[in-house]
Design a protein around this ligand. Sequence first.
Ligand code: FAD
Length: 358
Amino acid sequence: MCNAIVIGGGQSGLAAAHALRTQGLRPVVLEAGAEPVGSWPHYYDSLTLFSPARFSAFPDVPFPGDPDHYPHRDEVVDYLRRYARTLDADIRTHHRVSTVTADNGAYTVHTEHGEALQTNILIAATGGFSQPHWPELPGLNKFAGTILHASDYRNPEPFAGQRVLVVGAGNSAVQIAVELAEHAHTTITSRTPLRYASPTLLGRDLHWWTATTRLDVLPLGPWLRTVPTTPVSDKGAYKAAIEAGNPDHRPLFEHLNTTEVTWSDGTREHIDAVILATGYRPDLTYLQPLGALDSTGSPRHRRGLSRTCPGLGYVGLEWQTSFSSATLRGVHRDAHYVVKQLVKAVRTHKHCCIPTPV
Ligand code: FAD
């Protein structure tokens, strides 16, 4: 019987492992990939954080370099790699969890390789962004050119000289479209208008304001998730490029056919590629046998604690508690809350099999 099992070894899994260590437990972290660095190596090449280093670090482990710089994707990978080494946790890479069952008051976690591990405390930390969202768009299934989700976009090179549509209105859509526009004839197209927000206010980064006003810690998740789109974080360059038409922005097209797009004014033109920057959903299908998910596959939870399965918690869900829940700066706070509640509940009830702290 394991002390605790964490599924997923990205920032959420590492934060959960850290919180479990502070409760005296030594968790097993099961990570599908080769390293405990989450999805960061798979994000596009030019990605830099929207939060400065000082607001992107985990407690007690500062981010290297100027605290006010916006770290590149690869710096985050290095940071998480180093952070994982500081944890005295049993991190097992190349361990993909296929399913979880409940037997005699404990959970059995089954891996793809046929291992079965038991625990009373289980944390699902496989991220809120593990499943690229492919929306239904008119004619998309007929389009014969290149279609890819932003999760598979790396850099503009393969699109040089092409006619490209980027679908979406969020940070990824705008960042990808603006960098593509230097190499390809690019249009960003979306159902909703583009909205921008400066990353600074009165000379201070917005993260400073949210931390100082404690807006960051308010449990506004359920309310905020009704806000239609998060504005694009922009120092002015993205808005200026789009207003200059490079890329241009157009309301969502009427439909696609094999090679062409038809716009709302009836005009048609040839298109080579469509990039869907249309967001992500969590993929928690391994919890299906527990009855932990609703009919849409979303977890039934309150602030990261399963409503249906005692001893099961989540870390890293979007809007789990606050708008920073699924970010580097917010995930530790949620992890500590979830772990504290789970450990308390399991120790209070007699189905507890947690050994004394190690
Ligand atoms: P992930 O990084 O996705 O890690 C989940 C881990 O679980 C992976 O390593 C995966 O291999 C593993 N896993 C999945 N399924 C299984 C399984 N069945 N068994 C075992 N292991 C499994 N946040 C910020 O703070 N700042 C930013 O600037 C920022 N930019 C972002 C840009 C993009 C394009 C995206 C998509 C997100 C961004 N985020 C940002 C949000 C968030 O911080 C990242 O998505 C981050 O990677 C989430 O970490 P995570 O650990 O929750 O999930």
